[in-house]
Design a protein. Structure first.
Lengths: 737, 180
């Protein structure tokens, strides 16, 4: 549609606008607010940079924050940090919107109208701590304190465990959807089974010649994406001789898959099987230049390549070609990714992938698999692993039976992230007191009695032991870049004040007067270490450099060679994956995938991240359903048509994105939207894919099989325009509200 | 269509009149705007620069950052209270200042001089080049209520930049000297 504007009406409009603009006084009402007491290091108008740690995901990248006149203005990567080496991803950049978010809680609150009423009444901190202390005194004799956390910062974890131990309560349960989707628990278990270590392995992507990635979207959300992207660049630029080669095995083409040389669209749940088939071919044909494969023959005794080809849909010739690509390279590495953890055969699939590294003798070799060198101090040595899913089940059981007297929730949003059948929400009603430490009113905080908002990470203290690490042991330090904007309090401080109020064993277990003292004491354990970059003569000097440099790491790369502890006696087997839903009623596999911007939903409150287009579909601000063009044609739908996706567990409606990079029998939906609460930018937008996830009868109890649901898709004959990068007219966008 | 034709003719006759009206309005608006821009803004406390200058206090005592930073800076509340805890502490205005200090609140001063935000202006090189505060801000030391004395537009900036010694002029009149 075009409007023709004549020259005359143009002049009229221009004159009218000019008059209107001229008559409108341009004086802006602004106030210059000087410091009350100017900080010593601040010079108005000049930037001060503070080194700290990013908390937008658990990777622990080093950041530097630009502060002018006491306000944080920009976040960049810390160039000296060995993990991210000066780089930072979009989520890291958006951290300012966590700090300045208009929906942050500004003080401690109690939900006075009952849970779910969303009627919150502000409380003084002293008052709330007194009330909490008296509730904790009442715990005991059959009831206990339970702590549910996301993958929490490594400085907080020891405080929480000491706190719970002194109260005689069980250790914290750690669950968050991001960790579940990157298969973190399964990766810990993998190294435990093969190498007898609880650390996460390091895959030397930067020096590899051929990478076979089995569902590892290592350029997007998997484990440590910034560090891995940097290494990917090194690998592609051929700094170790020749341009590296990447093959991606996954049912849906991810951003990482789009960067690969070959995308192998495997049938969901057969990635492990393919790894097994490749191994069998390598051993049988004695491929590669690593000597005899005789000792590995028993690993693949039970593998039939023909059966693998049938199950996965990849012809035998293709498997043989792939096996040669992998085996003929001097430095090849296979990555067992988060996609494997979505199926019921997760651990066997990951074993099959790791076995490829073992038979090619890639352990401890350049461009292969390593274990991290531990940080040489007790405070930083034990890695934190998310709990197996069965621990969460136990917690829910305890809650339901009334054993849990007080439930504390930190850094997790289980009401949003867990499927309804987990029973978490229903079990909450049997818990007398629920406390959330969330800085926002998220779905879980709405079900809490008290919300004691933590500082956001640019206002708070801490450290993070980077796991998976860089090529050396790294502890990244966190310090406040700005004074807290509101009357919030760090969770560590809350625990310390509760301990001093309750006294006795608890006060002995947590003797520190405040959080910085605790951190200073912990960091002092590294003072005098001969391998570190910090060269200080006194402990005070060490503490000051610790904050200035952005943490502690060794001056030179050190990694460990993994030693095989088990599983070298075969045979390896990968059972076929089970799915919920009968194929005749539910013909498609549902593949939820983690949004690169919103992650598991924690980024949904930040409008910059909402506006960040998905790299493959360019869609933003909503949930969508990705369909292969063939599937879309079969259903009679096209872009922006709303479809109803039905699983045995639930249903959701969302517009379609026709996407050629997906198998016709798979539909994909990103995570992150469908919030009911969590602020104005997140709430009432899109749908939550976790509503569809169904329980699988055969699923291992240690695993939430988030990719093991079958669905059907129905057209509903409605249209909703998605905001996409190519829709420059702004349709479907809600940037201005 | 005929109806449109009629409207066109009548509009055509009125056009010179409309144009004159518009020109008058625009000129009036611009003049008015200048007046408003050069008025002294309302301040939360009726601060008197003249009293302070008469007492022999130098500009840089309260605005020391002009020498080393982009902005001269408004003195911190602490700086005010440093003297006024003992000097004139019973006057009503000073009591207001002290009340901000007691509440640990910043005083929300209204800016008198505003530089357009597409210009990267820095005080420090101007002071290093020997420009006095009065050159741009007027004789603030003689004003009880400070108001802007010059309109800081590009012509005014260039006026001075062009008068600089020959070797500097090329650099000082480069677009990127101020617009980055």
């Amino acid at each position: 549609m075009t409007h023709t504007v004549s020259r005359r009406s143009f002049l009229k409009i221009a004159a009218g606008t000019g008059v209107a603009a001229g008559l409108n006084p341009t004086v802006r009402r602004v106030a210059l607010e000087p410091f009350v007491r100017p900080p010593e290091e601040e010079l108005p108008g000049k930037a001060t940079w503070y080194a700290s740690t990013c908390r937008q995901c658990p990777a622990g990248c080093g950041i530097i924050v630009r502060v002018i006149n006491g306000r944080a203005r920009k976040i960049e990567g810390n160039p000296g940090h060995p993990l991210n080496r000066g780089k930072l991803c979009a989520r890291g950049q958006a951290g300012l919107q966590v700090l300045y978010n208009p929906d942050r809680l500004q003080n401690a609150v109690r939900q006075t109208g009952g849970r779910g009423s969303r009627h919150f009444e502000p409380l003084q901190w002293d008052e709330v701590l007194d009330q909490l202390a008296s509730s904790l005194r009442g715990v005991g004799g059959g009831s206990e304190v339970a702590f549910l956390g996301g993958l929490m910062p490594t400085h907080l974890y020891p405080l929480v465990t000491r706190f719970l131990e002194a109260l005689g309560s069980p250790a914290p349960v750690l669950f968050d959807l991001h960790s579940a989707m990157e298969g973190r628990t399964q990766s810990h278990d993998l190294t435990q089974r093969w190498f007898g270590s609880m650390e996460l392995p390091i895959y030397d992507i930067g020096h590899a010649e051929v990478i076979f990635s089995f569902g590892a979207n290592f350029l997007e959300t998997w484990l440590s994406p910034v560090s891995q992207s940097y290494d990917y660049g090194t690998m592609r630029q051929g700094q170790s001789g020749g341009r590296g080669f990447l093959v991606q095995f996954e049912p849906r083409l991810s951003g990482t898959g789009a960067s690969a040389d070959q995308w192998v669209p495997v049938q969901p749940g057969t990635q492990g099987l393919i790894a097994l088939g490749l191994g069998r071919i390598i051993v049988e044909e004695n491929l590669g230049r690593v000597g005899s494969h005789r000792e590995h023959a028993q690993l693949y005794r039970d593998v039939n390549v023909g059966a693998v080809a049938d199950a996965s849909g990849l012809p035998v010739e293709r498997l043989q070609k792939l096996a040669r690509i992998f085996a003929d390279a001097d430095r090849s590495v296979a990555l067992p990714g988060g996609g494997l953890s979505s199926h019921t055969n997760a651990s066997q699939s990951m074993d099959a992938v790791m076995a490829l590294n073992v038979i090619m003798r890639r352990l401890g070799r350049v461009g292969g698999v390593f274990l991290p060198q531990q940080v040489p101090a007790d405070a930083f040595s034990a890695p934190i692993s998310p709990s197996p899913f069965r621990d969460l089940g136990k917690l829910v059981q305890n809650m339901r039976s009334g054993r849990v007297g007080v439930l504390m929730i930190y850094g997790a949003n289980p009401v949003y992230e867990l499927p309804r059948w987990s029973g978490f929400i229903d079990a909450l009603t049997n818990v007398p007191l629920v406390v959330s430490f969330c800085p926002f009113i998220d779905e879980t905080a709405v079900q809490a009695d008290y919300v004691l908002p933590d500082h956001t990470y640019l206002e708070g203290w801490g450290y993070q032991v980077c796991s998976p690490g860089a090529d050396r042991p790294v502890v990244s330090s966190q310090q406040p870049a700005v004074r807290p904007l509101y009357d919030t309090r760090s969770t560590a401080e809350v625990l310390l004040s509760l301990a001093s109020r309750l006294g006795g064993a608890l006060a002995q277990a947590l003797p520190w007067p405040d959080e910085p003292t605790y951190l200073e004491e912990a960091s002092a354990q590294l003072f005098g270490s001969s391998i570190g970059v910090i060269d200080a003569r006194t402990e005070a000097g060490f503490w000051s450099q610790w904050r200035q440099v952005g943490g502690w790491w060794s001056a030179k790369p050190i990694m460990q060679e993994p030693e095989l502890a088990g599983l070298t006696e075969g045979p390896l087997q990968v059972p076929s994956a089970s799915f919920a839903g009968k194929p005749d009623q539910f013909p498609y596999y549902l593949m939820p995938y983690e949004s690169i911007a919103l992650s598991d939903g924690r980024g949904a409150s930040q409008p910059w991240l909402q506006e960040t287009p998905d790299p493959m579909t360019t869609a933003s601000w909503n949930t969508w359903v990705e369909l292969n063009p063939e599937t879309a044609a079969h259903l009679g739908v096209t872009d922006n048509d709303i479809v109803r996706v039905v699983s045995p567990q639930g249903a959701l409606e969302a517009p379609v994105v026709v996407y050629p990079g997906i198998r016709p029998d798979v539909i994909a939906i990103p995570t992150g939207q469908g919030h009911q609460d969590y602020g104005r930018f997140a709430a009432a937008r899109g749908a939550n894919v976790m509503d569809l996830i169904s329980p699988v009868p055969e699923q291992e109890v240690s695993l939430l099989a988030w990719g093991a649901t079958r669905v059907r898709v129905e057209a509903v004959h409605k249209v909703m325009t998605l905001a996409r990068l190519e829709s420059l007219d702004g349709e479907g966008r809600e940037t201005v509200r | 269509m005929s109806s449109t034709g009629v409207r066109r003719i009548s509009l055509g006759r009125a056009i010179p009149l409309i144009l004159v009206g518009v020109a008058v309005l625009v000129t009036a608006a611009i003049l008015l705007n200048r007046r408003v821009a050069q008025a002294a803004p309302d301040q939360p406390i009726a601060f008197n620069h003249r009293t302070h200058a008469d007492a022999g206090i130098q500009c840089l005592f309260c605005h020391p950052n002009a020498m080393r930073s982009d902005v001269a800076g408004i003195p911190s509340v602490q700086r005010c209270v440093g003297c006024h805890q003992t000097i004139a502490s019973s006057s009503a205005r000073i009591k207001t200042v002290l009340s901000y200090w007691e509440r640990s609140e910043p005083i929300p001063w209204a800016p008198v001089t505003q530089m357009a935000d597409f210009v990267f202006f820095s005080h420090q090189p101007h002071l290093s080049a020997g420009v006095n505060c009065e050159t741009c801000h007027g004789v603030v030391g003689k004003m009880s209520v400070v108001r802007p004395v010059v309109t800081m537009d590009m012509g005014w900036c260039l006026d001075c930049h062009l008068k600089q010694p020959e070797p500097k002029v090329a650099r000082l009149t480069d677009c990127l000297a101020c617009h980055k």
